[in-house]
Design a protein around this ligand. Sequence first.
Ligand code: 13P
Length: 233
Amino acid sequence: MSPTPTADRPAEDDVRRALLDAARSLDRLGLNHGSAGNLSVRWHRGGSDGLLVTPSALPCDRCTTDDLVWMPIVADRSHDPRPDGRRRPSSEWRFHHDLYAHRDDVHAVVHTHAPHCTALACLPSIQRDGLPAFHYMVAAAGGGDVRCAPYATFGTQALSDHALAALEGRRACLLAHHGMIAVGATLEAAMALAVELEWLARTYALALSLGGPATLPAEEMARVVERFRDYRP
Ligand code: 13P
């Protein structure tokens, strides 16, 4: 089933290995644990746009590259897309699928239950206003705040719809009473943003405990968002 590798396109086995390595590094970094969280990358097969996603309910230390699941990206959602693999895809396949279906700029999706992001996403003020511009790096997610998607039961279309709305024009969001999502043009970019967002959440929690941070003005955040457009090695 693997497409023919070319000089500029890695083989599917390489992509499966990179996805599993990324999942394991989230565990090592303390951003995920057990079977919490899930990751995917956009992956075409033959003529079909699709995604490779981690399996459901399988801790990544027990997961092999053969346990990752491929699914087509379908326009017609009257039927669920049929997964190809020996495991069930992540219960959150809907928001992974829908992000690729609606966002050409998204090629990787990282969902974690990182502790500081998750703790903040349980606070009424964060659920209402998002993570504010207390530090310029908030703009790394693409705007002057990091929105928090309203709560919906895990694995539901409602959660996918909320997540897509919270991510509109952005690369990361919090999920109320649940965790966070980071997306990127590459797996490396989505992973780096997930790590950055957990650092921001931890630092914001510290600033709150010290009396509450001031915030940067909207014009400054707009300037930083612009500067991030060509901030890369
Ligand atoms: P899966 O094991 O089905 O990926 O679910 C974990 C999770 O984090 C649900 O939000």
